[in-house]
Ligand binder design. Structure first.
Ligand SMILES: Cc1ncc(COP(=O)(O)O)c(C=O)c1O
Length: 379
């Protein structure tokens, strides 16, 4: 089926005796096991829940994987994936991944002895050179956050396969509607379901799809053993969001493309990072591995003072951490998503104090342009 059909029918319940149009929320924490010693499909809410399973099956299908897993947040999903490794293992990680993933790798997992080499993942030579005998995985994000840099998914998967490594990608920005990394050779695709999949800034969730049953078994052992599961109500909320993903994301992508062009024409803006623009260094590569540029971009206002003045003067967007909601969201990486990164490290990675990230919403794009114009002109 076309993914548009799969999206709309996400969460279809095969065991449904009622014909309901919406998978019920099963709140029970435990399940009757009258068949003692038998093999009940459901036994305990942490180990499995029918509503969560509906969502897990949906993400597996949408990503073209063999299994899916739902977690309490996107970062719980990232951490659960990382918990498949052990002390002494080493992973190669793209240096401009989500700030929260950077934090957990440099604090919790560093304490536990998981080695990391940070690389510019857009440079395949750097990725390959960073591999040592203890390396078990490559972990990247494309487009990256917040600079929208592009890495070559096929090339990274090829390197991972050649060295017997797991290829892991954070696919939050693109969603399976626009980018299907498992089709390109990746083993694990991670999402913050809080973003486009949930889509309405009203639920926190994480999802993972895997292309390999053995990897799925390892991840299930972490999900069940560590227990950072997504609850049934939140699972239902994400399923509800997924069903309208295409309509939302396609319209948001149109607004993003138009705003990118509009911002690039303003003298107050020193740079616009959007893979849909021909001038973006990763434009052609991105187009070769996705079906759309997405609805997130970032732009540079040159200084902390200019970014602060703009963010205080805009009226329509939400100025907040997060992205992928139906409302336009502006965030300030240096004070928000990347605040935990030392400034020198941040600047080294090109994330300046004047950089603003924009997640385009569903508002009238003319209204947004008028609002941005007044904010750039001093409010
Ligand atoms: C790319 C990316 N990955 C992971 C996360 C973490 O997700 P959550 O906030 O749902 O824990 C985020 C959150 O902003 C993100 O942007």
């Amino acid at each position: 089926m076309n993914i548009l059909t799969d999206l709309v029918h996400a969460g279809h319940w095969d065991e449904d005796p009622t014909g309901t149009s919406s998978l019920p929320v099963f709140r029970g924490s435990t399940f009757s096991q009258k068949d003692l010693g038998g093999h009940s499909r459901w036994d305990y809410g942490r180990s499995g829940n029918p509503t969560r399973a509906g969502l897990e099956e949906a993400i597996a299908k949408l990503e073209g994987g063999v299994a899916g897993y739902a977690f309490a947040s996107g970062i719980a999903a990232v951490n659960s994936v990382l918990m498949m490794f052990q002390t002494g293992d080493h992973i190669v990680v793209g240096e401009d991944i989500y700030g929260g993933s950077f934090r957990t790798l440099t604090t919790i997992f560093a304490r536990w002895g998981l080695g990391v080499t940070w690389v510019d993942a857009s440079d395949l030579e750097q990725v390959e050179k960073a591999i040592v005998p203890a390396t078990k995985a490559v972990f990247v994000e494309t487009p990256s956050n917040p600079l929208l840099r592009i890495c070559d998914l096929r090339g990274i998967a090829r390197i991972a396969h050649a060295h017997g490594l797991l290829a892991i990608v954070d696919n939050t920005f693109q969603t399976p509607l626009l980018q299907r990394p498992l089709d390109l050779g990746f083993h694990v695709s991670v999402h913050s379901g809080t973003k486009f999949l949930g889509g309405h800034s009203d639920v926190v969730a994480g999802l993972v799809a895997v292309s390999d049953a053995a990897v799925g078994k390892r991840l299930y052992a972490v999900q069940n053993g560590f227990g950072a599961i997504l609850g049934p109500d939140d699972s239902w909320m994400v399923l509800r969001g997924i069903r309208t993903l295409a309509a939302r994301l396609e319209a948001q992508q149109r607004n993003a493309a138009r705003l990118a062009g509009w911002l690039a024409a303003r003298q107050e803006v020193s740079a616009v990072h959007y893979p849909g623009m021909k001038s973006h260094p990763g434009h052609d590569l991105h187009a070769s591995q996705t079906s759309g540029p997405g609805a997130v971009l970032s732009f540079d206002l040159g200084s902390e003072a200019a970014a602060l003045a703009f963010l205080q003067a805009v009226k329509i967007p939400l100025t907040a951490v997060s992205l992928g909601g139906i409302e336009t969201i502006l965030s300030w990486p240096c004070r928000m998503s990347h605040a935990s990164m030392p400034r020198s490290e941040r600047l080294k990675r090109g994330i300046g104090d004047g950089l603003v990230r924009l997640s385009a919403g569903l508002e009238s794009v003319e209204d947004l342009e008028a609002d941005f114009a007044q904010a750039l002109s001093g409010g």
